[in-house]
Write a new protein. Structure first.
Ligand code: NAD
Ligand code: MG
Length: 392
């Protein structure tokens, strides 16, 4: 029986992970669940899955959860604060950690799981964007098993013979990330100026958390994924292509030197990569609708438009620059997306803010965690100041 900790259990990926686990009670048991402050949802998950521990970062909400669980006769122990996230990620009884916290907040608990040599299922792409070098070194040093959950990276992983060798030695020419293009794929620059947070969060193919939905709409998600791919597969930014594929059936591809291109396909549902990583190297069933290509009929592909969606270009530049540049871009973007969701800025301001913060900050990175975290907080400060300046 595999014991599982889910960091970010109340989110979109967290809930899909629980849905997969529920189908296989003979194989997986929930050891711990964690969220930021979603008391009601975590309470329901605790009642259903009976974890040993539940964590809420928010202390007051954690106190209320403990009272509610006690009144319900539950034996789940409630912990509070960010340190508790690291505790449940590294407990000796835990076999698998699903890293599904949103944003840079996921870095330290995910790193704790890596340092405790766990099997880590990585949804939190921001960990790699922020601290990819250090993170991948920790995976190696601590012999952790890292499995990508992001559907594109999971697809690439499935199309590679192994990940132990450098990709060029396996005959890989490049990897191709597919992107749906998001809800505004066909919008003109003028139309993009007026889009609302509700429109940005209504993704045509995937049901996801708000932040990643906005990132998908701005193409920043693909930019973050490009940086994620460079670290996960030890490749250069120029070996990562991006192609728009509106149907989201091909989740990504690997292009080999002999002319072969391997693609992984399936209906767009995160339960597939989650089940793949949970059971790897075996396979388990999911409730995902089987793919019927005759029904789908047509698969389309277009080049990305970096004029209307400049975030992808910014990410490519930050990846090439290296050092703390990706951490700065990620932090600026998190602040900008929050401001857009709060109605403080327009959608088209997101790339402008990201670009301005990237150009304003002298990025220094000693390669240590402290300098990365310092770059992250400095970028947040600068982004907040830029937003105050342009705020609606
Ligand atoms: P979400 O917003 O639905 O859920 C986020 C979860 O993280 C919630 O449980 C929330 O309580 C928790 N959380 C947020 N801030 C926190 C903090 N400061 N401390 C502790 N916990 C915190 O997000 P999501 O869509 O499930 O995405 C989670 C991660 O997975 C992101 O990194 C995202 O990029 C990645 N991802 C998501 C999808 C998807 O389909 N949703 C696909 C690929 C990758
Ligand atoms: Mg993805």
């Amino acid at each position: 029986m595999q014991q599982i900790t889910i960091l970010g259990s109340t989110g979109s990926i967290g809930c899909s992970t629980l849905a997969v686990i529920k189908e296989h009670p003979d194989k997986y048991q929930v050891f711990a669940l964690a969220a930021n402050q979603q008391l009601e949802k975590l309470f329901q998950q605790c009642v259903e899955f009976k974890p040993r521990y539940a964590v809420l970062v928010n202390e007051a909400a954690a106190g209320q959860l403990a009272e509610r669980l006690k009144a319900a006769g539950s034996i789940t122990v409630v912990l509070a604060g960010t340190q508790a996230l690291e505790t449940i990620a590294s407990e000796p009884q835990v076999n698998v950690v699903m890293a599904a916290i949103m944003g840079a907040a996921g870095l330290l608990p995910t790193l704790a799981a890596v340092k405790a040599s766990k099997k880590v299922l990585l949804a939190n792409k921001e960990s790699l964007v922020l601290a990819g070098k250090l993170f991948m070194k920790a995976v190696k040093d601590h012999k952790a098993t890292l499995l990508p959950i992001d559907s594109e990276h999971n697809a690439i992983f499935q199309c590679l013979p192994c990940t132990q060798q450098p990709l060029t030695e396996m005959g890989v020419r490049k990897v191709v990330l597919t992107a749906s293009g998001g809800p505004f794929r066909t919008y003109s620059s003028a139309e993009l100026r007026a889009v609302t947070p509700e429109q940005a969060c209504a993704h045509p193919n995937w049901s996801m958390g708000q932040k990643i939905s906005v990132d998908s709409a701005s193409m920043m998600n693909k930019g973050l994924e490009l940086i994620e791919a460079c670290h996960l597969f030890a490749i250069k930014p120029e070996q990562v292509d991006v192609v728009i594929h509106p149907q989201s059936i091909i989740h990504s591809m690997v292009d080999y030197v002999d002319g072969s291109v391997l693609a992984q396909m399936g209906n767009p549902d995160m339960c597939t990569p989650i089940a793949h990583a949970l059971a790897w190297p075996n396979r388990i069933s999911t409730a995902v609708k089987p793919l019927n290509l005759v029904d789908i009929c047509q698969l389309d592909f277009y080049p990305p438009d970096e004029q209307r969606f400049p975030c992808l270009k910014l990410a490519r530049e930050a990846a090439a620059e290296g050092g703390a540049a990706p951490a700065v871009l990620n932090a600026a973007n998190e602040v900008a997306v929050e401001a857009f969701l709060a109605g403080t800025i327009r959608f088209v301001d997101i790339p402008l803010i990201n670009e301005e913060v990237l150009s304003k900050l002298e990025v220094q990175d000693s390669g240590e965690l402290e300098s990365i975290l310092a770059a992250d907080s400095k970028a947040r400060e600068v982004a907040t100041a830029v937003i105050k300046h342009i705020g609606l």
